[in-house]
Structures are given as C-alpha cells and as structure tokens.
Ligand binder design. Structure first.
Ligand SMILES: NC(=O)c1ccc[n+]([C@@H]2O[C@H](COP(=O)([O-])OP(=O)(O)OC[C@H]3O[C@@H](n4cnc5c(N)ncnc54)[C@H](OP(=O)(O)O)[C@@H]3O)[C@@H](O)[C@H]2O)c1
Length: 181
C-alpha cells in the first residue's frame, strides 16, 4: 500500500475552490496528510460539496478540523468570509506551526496565469476547453493533449504538491513548477 506523504508540524491551511476538481483533490489529500490538530479551511460557492468534504474527513478520523466556508471569492465579501473563518480557527486552536494558502479557485474564462504549475488537468475544465475554445488551433492543441495522454489527473497533481510539502525543502515564497518531473 502506498504510504501517504505526511506534512510536518501543525498547519492552518486554506484551500480555495475546494468543491471540485484539483481543489477538492488537494483538500482530500491534505485532510489525510496534515498532522492531527491541524485546521483546513475550504472555500467555494457550493457549500454542500464542502460539507461533504468535512464529513468525509471526520468519518475517516483524520483529526484535522475541516471548516467549510461557502463564499463567492470574486468579490470582497467572499474574501472577508474566509478571513473571518481563519480568525475563528486561530482563536479556537491557537497559532499553528505553519500557514499554507492554496489559492486555486478559478474558471476557464478568467484563469490566473500564476496557477499553471498545476499542469494540464484531465477534468471538466479541460473538457470544456476541448469542446468550446473558439480558436481552432488552440482547440486542436487541447484535443491533441488529451489524445496523446499528456494530462494529469487531479489526484496525480495533488500528490505532487503534497510530496513537496512533506519533503519540506522549499523556501517560503519560492515558485516551484511541480508539473515538471
Ligand atoms: N484544468 C486544467 O487543465 C488547468 C490547468 C492549469 C490551471 N488550472 C487552474 O487550476 C484551478 C483549478 O482548476 P480545475 O480544473 O480544478 O477547475 P474546476 O474543476 O472548474 O474547479 C474550479 C473550482 O474553483 C471554484 N470557483 C470558481 N469560481 C469561484 C468563485 N467565484 N468563488 C469561489 N470559488 C470559485 C469552484 O467552486 P464553486 O463552483 O463551488 O464555486 C471549483 O471548486 C483553476 O484556477 C484553473 O484556472 C487548471
């Protein structure tokens, strides 16, 4: 059985866009990899999916406190909801050894270029790009990537990031392209 990477010390971790896709895979991986006593704040618009995540982590006995925050992060009000949840966690649990922010929420029409280290992912966003990209050349590029098996699953991409966190050899603030082998 594969041994899960384990992130050292207690963490307070925020994952935005945790309701599906890569964010969900990361949140699931983190709930199993963070030390007991850690806190995981998960945010997205679909509150039901976030509550499912919390209940799944509790049922698996992870010992990580998963806090769902239903919020639209395209505006200040949503961001303030996340900040309030983080403040509540800190008041309740005290200061963690480390703070991790996984700023993953996004949509196909407004992708943040700094997020491309995820690698091309085989999920609904990529499927949409293959079907709906207007520029034929660009659409062909997406279709070819899929045909040639160049896409990562969300679980593979999440595992790469969890391994980097568990190794703990990166400098705070470093840019690491974990798509590259
Ligand atoms: N798929 C790829 O090939 C690829 C490649 C490179 C980079 N990326 C980037 O990686 C990130 C994750 O992509 P994915 O493929 O996992 O996408 P996805 O399956 O569409 O998931 C996007 C996530 O972002 C959340 N989200 C979107 N708009 C939001 C808003 N206004 N407020 C709060 N949450 C919001 C969604 O939750 P709700 O709908 O519940 O709010 C969902 O949890 C994105 O930022 C994307 O641009 C993806």
């Amino acid at each position: 059985m594969a041994v899960r990477p384990s992130v050292k010390g207690t963490s307070l971790c925020i994952v935005t866009g945790a309701s599906r896709g890569l964010g969900r895979a990361l949140a699931l991986g983190l709930s199993a990899s963070l030390q007991p006593g850690s806190q995981l704040v998960v945010a997205a618009r679909c509150g039901e999916a976030l509550r499912e995540l919390r209940d799944g982590a509790a049922a698996a006995g992870s010992g990580v406190d998963v806090c769902p925050v239903q919020a639209d992060l395209s505006g200040d009000a949503g961001l303030r909801e996340v900040v309030r949840a983080v403040q509540r966690q800190q008041q309740q649990h005290g200061a963690p050894d480390r703070l991790l922010i996984i700023n993953n929420a996004g949509e196909l029409l407004n992708p943040d270029p700094t997020l491309h280290p995820t690698g091309p992912l085989d999920n609904s966003m990529h499927e949409q790009a293959r079907k709906e990209t207007g520029d034929p050349e660009l659409r062909k590029m997406f279709v070819d990537m899929h045909r040639q098996g160049q896409l990562l699953t969300c679980q593979e991409s999440a595992r790469k990031l969890l391994e980097i966190l568990a190794k703990d050899e990166f400098e705070s603030g470093a840019h690491i392209d974990y798509f590259d082998p």
